[in-house]
Write a protein that binds this ligand. Structure first.
Ligand code: PRP
Ligand code: GUN
Length: 188
């Protein structure tokens, strides 16, 4: 799926497929260097992180393992409340493991803040974050991000794993939606 398939749904592209691929290579190099000789478990946050997890894992040369968590915030519509419920927990015991959480986007930061506290309580050897997109202007809590893809404006974005009503996750780029599709969180 690309821009041509979007019809009039798209307002504008914020990060192109080429920019995404270049950034993945850059982050993978850093991660390979930093974790050399250590066994790292990538923890992906479903569902948004599926794309970045799959592409990052393939760009890495280090022997990694992967696990997934699904969480749901009790927020309404597109807003996260910070109150989080685990829908799917890890299959792995992470005590004494090196954990790199892979997240598609940090918006308010509330989801990841809760997740990091939860994972830290399980006694990992180390716990770091790779976030592919971040909205600095939307931050309600400060999240220590070791590996960052892109800071983006405080707008609702779709593509590269990010959905609107479960659509658009398979766009290979990230962009904003036209007003007739997205009007502040409610299906237009
Ligand atoms: O920083 P925050 O304001 O907490 O928002 C970020 C979270 O929101 C998105 O998940 P979403 O709840 O939309 O679920 P999804 O990944 O299944 O689409 C995204 O994947 C993050 O997990
Ligand atoms: N699709 C999507 N999900 C989000 N979750 C938090 N921020 C966003 C965003 O901008 N787009």
């Amino acid at each position: 799926m690309d821009e041509k398939d979007m019809g009039t749904d798209l307002a504008r592209v914020l990060v192109t497929e080429d920019e995404i691929n270049a950034k993945l290579r850059e982050l993978a190099e850093q991660i390979d260097r930093d974790y050399e000789g250590r066994d790292v478990l990538l923890v992906g946050v479903l569902k948004g992180a599926v794309m970045v997890m799959a592409d990052l894992a393939r760009a890495l040369h280090s022997p990694i393992t992967m696990d997934w968590m699904a969480v749901s915030s009790y927020g309404s519509g597109t807003k996260s409340s910070g109150v989080v419920r685990i829908l799917k927990d890890l299959d792995t015991d992470i005590a004494d493991r090196h954990i790199l959480v892979v997240e598609d986007i940090i918006d308010s930061g509330l989801t990841l803040s809760w997740m990091l506290a939860n994972l830290a309580s399980r006694g990992p050897a180390s716990l770091e974050v790779c976030a592919f997109f971040r909205k600095p202007e939307a931050a309600k809590v400060d999240i220590p991000v070791k590996y960052l893809g892109f800071d983006i404006p405080n707008e609702f974005v779709v593509g590269y794993g990010l959905d609107y009503a479960e659509r658009y996750r398979n766009l290979p780029f990230v962009g904003t939606l036209a007003e007739h599709v997205y009007s502040g969180g409610k299906p237009a």
